[in-house]
Design a protein around this ligand. Structure first.
Ligand SMILES: [Zn+2]
Length: 245
């Protein structure tokens, strides 16, 4: 194979790998942010259910206080009942007693409901605490994976940059200029495999005589359509992956 063509294929691999590494590094803050948001969600969930549990406790204590007040009143009514002089007063007092007793029953039912609600909320608090603990552990592990990945990506960029610097000095200046101009206009991809008569990136069919020339891998030939530099690694039946070149 033409040595410049071999070097261009390698150059493209290096640039694509470096671009991918840079893209993942650029994504890093958003991924950390997503982890933080997940953790905050678990914390908010726990705080919310704890607040509801506390509110239920307050409501229960308020009802209990009311019941105690009504019970005091009721005891007073019962004492007064012994002292009434007329039938009318007696009936009125019985009515007061009945009203107070009903009030106590209603409030005691309400207290029972609140207690059941509190039990559920308490179980919810336990569950949320467990979920938060699990989320903290999971997110710490994911953060550590991301941090390790960042170190690896930076190393990848350093490695590809060093190899690139050495490689470009070996490439013919004119050929390198074609590569760089094309890369700039084609989102960084300046080299394309030709396969089964097609440019595999823009999918345009190459003229037969162009494809025949590309198959030889002896010269720098650009796709008529996308202007990428073409190389041949074999047709569908006997193709070698780029990485084996
Ligand atoms: Zn093309």
């Amino acid at each position: 194979m033409n040595t410049d063509l071999t070097r261009l294929i390698r150059l493209q691999q290096l640039e694509t790998a470096a671009d991918e590494a840079r893209r993942r590094i650029a994504d890093h803050p958003a991924r950390i942010q997503a982890l933080d948001a997940r953790l905050q969600g678990a914390r908010d969930g726990l705080a919310d259910i704890k607040a509801r549990f506390a509110t239920a406790g307050e409501k229960r204590r308020a009802e209990e206080k009311e019941v105690a007040g009504v019970q005091t009143r009721l005891a007073k009514y019962k004492d007064q009942l012994l002292e009434v002089k007329t039938n009318r007063e007696y009936t009125a007092m019985l009515h007061e007693i009945e009203t107070a007793q009903n009030d106590i029953r209603t409030r005691e039912d309400r207290i029972l409901e609140i207690m059941m609600e509190s039990d559920e909320l308490n179980a919810g608090v336990k569950k949320s605490e467990g979920e938060l603990k699990a989320a903290e552990k999971e997110i710490a592990a994911e953060r550590s994976v991301l941090d390790t990945e960042m170190v690896g990506l930076q190393a990848e960029i350093n490695r590809t940059t060093a190899e690139r610097e050495k490689l470009v000095t070996d490439i013919d200046r004119h050929v390198l200029a074609i590569f760089e101009t094309t890369a700039k206009g084609r989102k960084g991809i300046a080299v394309a495999e030709a396969k089964d008569g097609l440019c595999t990136i823009c999918h345009v069919r190459l003229r037969p005589q162009v494809f025949n020339e590309v198959r030889k891998n002896e010269s720098i030939i650009q796709c008529d359509s996308c202007r990428r530099i073409l190389y041949f690694a074999g047709n569908t039946e006997a193709s070698a992956p780029v990485s084996q070149l």
